[in-house]
Design a protein around this ligand. Structure first.
Ligand code: DGY
Length: 330
């Protein structure tokens, strides 16, 4: 007799939309029948492949809309995203359907904080322009006024969003002799603040008093387009913007205008509105240091993300508690 597909002793069937690191595939295959698609992002094609699956592992490249959730086959009992961010997922729909939902916090914190610093330094010291000049054979020797950038040491860094990644970025600032400003909705929650970190009364105050700002807010209806023309006008002239969170936090046209006028001296961006397409507005703006969403792209972070999902999925199918279940009611 065929086993009932949802009997606990049956091997669960898991669909992943993208190829994953070998260690992750091995762990998943240890307890489940795994189907891996070749980087499928189209919602309808993902839904078609979900037929008969018990779990779906998607990435931020798949928009998990209310319609997508409504059309997920009933066999799918748990949803996982290979990311810490989940702005691509309609949480209300996931909650209404009663679908457990897991993500990958913690394991990518340090890697992403490192990339924020690459962007900060690359933007401040004109890294991209310098590379292009050298590689294109336009470097004709050292000059007193050549490629002069902004000092980083001793400056003030505003960390907008003081979660795990924001804190890790702030920790690194101590080594550069920087003062860090941040805002916490519940001051005193979490670990005590290091000596070089000062609280301000709002995100807007942090923005207005910083030479560099690094964005670490989650993207939501409340934060979409947060760094807009009005807020940019309140920033210190010549400030530098870094974004490793989500492109949608910034109104790109307003940022490009400010880069052109010099109100913002430079921007280091790892994330964009409408990825993987990067708008001409941003590509043509001066003084940018751009990366293709590689914040978590280290072996340990990407392995860690997948292994964390695999452990939680194994726990779920064994009826055990999971470590990284998203609270979809918030
Ligand atoms: C995330 O996890 O949300 C990053 O943007 C990709 O690693």
């Amino acid at each position: 007799m065929q086993p009932d597909p949802i009997e606990p002793q049956a091997r669960p069937r898991i669909l992943a939309t993208y190829p994953m690191p070998e260690r992750v595939v091995a762990q998943l295959r240890g307890f489940a029948d795994l189907t891996v698609l070749d980087g499928e992002t189209d919602p309808q094609r993902v839904l078609d492949q979900c037929q008969g699956m018990d779990a779906l592992i998607c990435t931020l490249m798949t928009k998990v809309s209310a319609d997508f959730v409504a059309r997920l086959p009933q066999s799918v009992r748990i949803l996982a995203t290979y990311s810490v961010g989940y702005d691509h997922v309609d949480l209300k729909a996931v909650q209404a359907r009663g679908l457990p939902f897991i993500n990958t916090p913690d394991v990518l914190t340090e890697a992403t904080a490192d990339i924020a610093w690459l962007l900060l330094l690359g933007a401040a010291r004109r890294g991209w322009e310098a590379q292009s000049m050298l590689r294109e054979g336009r470097w004709i020797g050292w000059e007193p006024t050549q490629l002069v950038g902004a000092d980083v040491h001793g400056k003030t860094l505003g960390v907008l969003g003081f979660g795990r990644i924001g804190r890790a970025v702030a920790r690194r600032a101590a080594g550069f002799g920087m003062k860090v400003l941040t805002f916490q909705r519940n001051p005193g929650s979490g670990d005590p603040l290091p000596d070089h970190v000062e609280l301000r009364g709002s995100l807007d105050e942090v923005l207005a008093q910083s030479d560099f700002v690094s964005l670490h807010l989650p993207l939501s209806e409340q934060t979409s387009g947060w760094l807009n023309a009005r807020r940019i006008a309140t920033m210190r002239p010549g400030a530098i913007v870094v974004n490793t969170a989500r492109g949608g936090l910034i109104e790109e046209a307003a940022l490009a205008d400010a880069l052109r006028s010099g109100q913002i001296a430079a921007a280091g961006l790892d994330v964009f509105v409408g990825e993987p397409k990067v708008s001409e507005t941003i590509l043509s703006a001066p003084n940018t240091y751009l990366l293709p969403h590689v914040g978590s792209a280290t072996t340990s972070a990407r392995d860690g993300m997948g292994l964390s999902l695999a452990s939680d999925l194994e726990a779920f199918f064994a009826g055990q508690p999971m470590l990284s279940q998203v609270d979809t009611s918030v």
